[in-house]
Design a protein around this ligand. Structure first.
Ligand SMILES: Nc1ncnc2c1ncn2[C@@H]1O[C@H](COP(=O)(O)OP(=O)(O)OP(=O)(O)O)[C@@H](O)[C@H]1O
Ligand SMILES: [Mg+2]
Length: 239
C-alpha cells in the first residue's frame, strides 16, 4: 500500500503549509501535493504538484454539488496514482468538502493500493477548534490513522478540550515560534528548505554578528521544532 497523508483544517492560517513543509524536511524523498487558491511551496520545485481550488466557499456552493465535486477530479486521479508516501497540504475552506469525496471513493482507493492518514492542524482559535471533531469524524470513515497537531501560535489549548475533540487521534504540539522580524521574512520567502542553505557569512555581513547570529539561531530552532512536531506522523508515513 502507498501511504497518503491529508493535512487539513478549513480555518485559514493555522500552520498547515508550515507543517507540510516540516514533513518535506523530515522525509526528503516524499512528493507533495498542494491544493490551494495559489501556490505557496514554490521552494520545493518539482516535488510539489499543485491543484487549484477556488478560495471562496460561496462561489463553490453556487456552482452546485456536481460541479463542486468535479473540481476535485484531477486531484483524485493524482492521489490514486501515487507510488511514494505523499503529503497533501489542503488549503483553507477545502478539507470539509474534499474529505467526504475521498470517503465515498475509499473502496476504489484501496483497490488502487492507497492507504490514507489524516492530520488535522488546529490553533486555540474557536473557529479552528470547532473543525477538529467534524474533520476527524469524516476521516474516521476512511483513515485508520489520524493525527492532530496543536499549533500554539494562538496560545495553549485547554488540555481537556484538546483531549475531547481529538478522540481517536495521536496529538502532538508545535510551540509558538518567536523570531526576529527578518527571520520571519526569510521563512516566508523560502520556507523551511531555505534554512539549511542559509549563507551565514552573508547574514553576518548584512545584519552584524549579533543580529545575524540571532536570525540564524531562530530559523534553525523553527526548522527543528516543526520537524519535531511531525516526527510521529513521518514515522507512520514511511513505515
Ligand atoms: N507555531 C508558529 N509560530 C510562529 N509562526 C507560525 C506558527 N505556525 C504558523 N506560523 C506562521 O503563520 C503563518 C500561516 O501559516 P501557514 O501558511 O502554514 O498556514 P495555513 O494553515 O497553511 O494557511 P492557509 O489556510 O492560508 O493555507 C505563516 O507565516 C507561518 O509561518
Ligand atoms: Mg496553506
Amino acid at each position: 500500500m502507498t501511504k497518503v497523508l491529508l493535512v487539513g483544517q478549513d480555518k485559514g492560517g493555522v500552520g498547515k503549509t508550515l507543517i507540510s513543509r516540516g514533513l518535506a524536511e523530515v522525509i526528503p524523498g516524499a512528493p507533495l501535493i498542494e491544493v490551494d487558491s495559489s501556490q505557496r511551496m514554490l521552494e520545493l520545485g518539482k516535488r510539489v504538484q499543485f491543484f487549484h481550488t477556488r478560495a471562496n466557499r460561496e462561489t463553490i456552493e453556487r456552482t452546485g454539488g456536481a460541479a463542486a465535486r468535479a473540481e476535485f477530479d484531477p486531484l483524485i486521479d493524482a492521489i490514486a496514482s501515487a507510488t511514494l508516501p505523499t503529503v497533501i497540504d489542503i488549503g483553507a475552506n477545502t478539507s470539509a468538502s474534499l474529505l467526504p469525496v475521498i470517503a465515498d471513493l475509499i473502496t476504489d482507493f484501496v483497490e488502487a493500493g492507497i492507504e490514507f492518514g489524516v492530520l488535522v492542524v488546529t490553533t486555540a482559535e474557536p473557529g479552528a477548534l470547532a473543525w477538529v471533531p467534524k474533520l476527524l469524524a469524516t476521516a474516521e470513515l476512511f483513515a485508520a490513522t489520524r493525527f492532530v497537531i496543536e499549533n500554539r501560535v494562538e496560545g495553549e489549548i485547554d488540555p481537556k478540550v484538546l483531549q475531547k475533540i481529538s478522540a481517536g487521534a495521536t496529538v502532538t504540539c508545535l510551540m509558538n515560534q518567536i523570531m526576529d522580524e527578518q527571520a520571519a521574512l526569510i521563512l516566508q520567502a523560502g520556507g523551511l528548505a531555505s534554512i539549511a542553505k542559509l549563507d551565514h557569512k552573508a547574514l553576518l555581513k548584512k545584519f552584524g554578528i549579533a543580529r545575524g547570529c540571532r536570525i540564524r539561531r531562530d530559523l534553525t530552532r523553527v526548522r527543528l521544532d516543526v520537524m519535531q512536531s511531525v516526527h510521529l506522523v513521518a514515522e507512520w508515513l514511511v513505515a
